[in-house]
Design a protein around this ligand. Structure first.
Ligand code: AMP
Ligand code: ZN
Ligand code: FE
Ligand code: FE
Length: 272
């Protein structure tokens, strides 16, 4: 039975709770999932508890953002020790910064006459890591945009009038944080970044895998990254990157990988 190794929950910017994620995974016939929220591990325990009851395996994970020039490079950390004190410190710093950023984005929107209430953004984030999708949903609810996409395109996307940067980590720093918490660093959806030349450098820093299978990777892109993974001896991973209704048309189990790949990932974990 297959695995989906890239899933968000309400702990970050998905609309599905960890429990709902588990239900969806079971409905999709999955055997293994990874919870990979942005800058938080708060969804892992609830998902693991719910999964235990139904015989689903949950790989603890996280997704950290870094920047390469104008592009964001995301790194997934699999089998991360989500209790690690140093990791918790880092994540607290990122979470606090995300709250401040959410407030700044709201201020920028209000200053250009697009009024939303920061309290609403906070309410939608349910105490989790505040992300732009929460602002987009607040804009949608307030009738300021017709879709999440429009919110990004018009206001909060890169270069938009209400865009605000996140904490700026380098890829090396993101990889280091993952490694120090016992995680396996994997380059998420590398097609977004188009920084293939950097991969050998990232491997020196500890990069162990590439997310080859992703909804935004077409057949040609998938083939390209599979080839690169083989060339560099990197693990191949994949997942839906499902976010509930934030990413319409992307569902849990939409992208799956084989048990064989999960076994390889587990072996790396066991040997480390
Ligand atoms: P943040 O980490 O707060 O900068 O938010 C980034 C998240 O916003 C991504 O992980 C996606 O879930 C979502 N996102 C980015 N661009 C778009 C878009 N054009 N439409 C919908 N969601 C988006
Ligand atoms: Zn997201
Ligand atoms: Fe991502
Ligand atoms: Fe993601």
């Amino acid at each position: 039975m297959p695995a989906d190794l890239h899933i968000h929950t309400t702990a970050s910017d998905s609309t599905l709770s960890p429990q709902e994620v588990v239900s969806c995974a079971i409905k999709a016939g999955l055997k293994t999932i990874a919870i990979t929220d942005h800058d938080t591990v708060a969804g892992i325990d609830e998902a693991t508890r719910a999964a235990r009851e139904v015989g689903l395996e949950v790989i603890p994970g996280v997704e950290l953002s870094s920047r390469i020039n104008k592009n964001e490079a995301h790194f997934l950390g699999y089998y991360i020790n989500h209790q690690d004190p140093a990791l918790k410190e880092h994540l607290k710093r990122f979470k606090d910064a995300r709250q401040k950023r959410g407030f700044l984005i709201t201020e920028k929107l209000n200053s250009i006459g697009v009024e939303i209430d920061y309290e609403e953004v906070l309410r939608l984030s349910q105490g989790g890591a505040v992300g732009r999708p929460h602002v987009a949903r607040a804009l949608l609810e307030a009738g300021k945009v017709f879709s999440i996409k429009e919110a990004f395109d018009k206001y909060i996307g890169y270069g938009g009038p209400a865009h605000v940067e996140k904490i700026r980590l380098t890829p090396m720093q993101a990889i280091k944080i993952i490694k120090e918490a016992g995680g396996i660093p994997v380059f998420a959806h590398p097609y977004y970044v188009k920084a293939d030349d950097l991969i050998p450098e990232l491997i020196k820093d500890g990069l162990a895998g590439i997310e080859v299978y992703h909804p935004d990777h077409n057949a040609k892109v998938t083939k390209h990254y599979k080839k690169l993974a083989i060339k560099y001896g990197l693990l191949i991973t994949g997942g839906s990157d499902a976010h509930g209704s934030v990413k319409e048309g992307v569902t849990i189990g939409q992208i799956t990988i084989s048990d064989e790949i999960v076994t390889k990932l587990r072996k790396v974990q066991d040997n480390s």
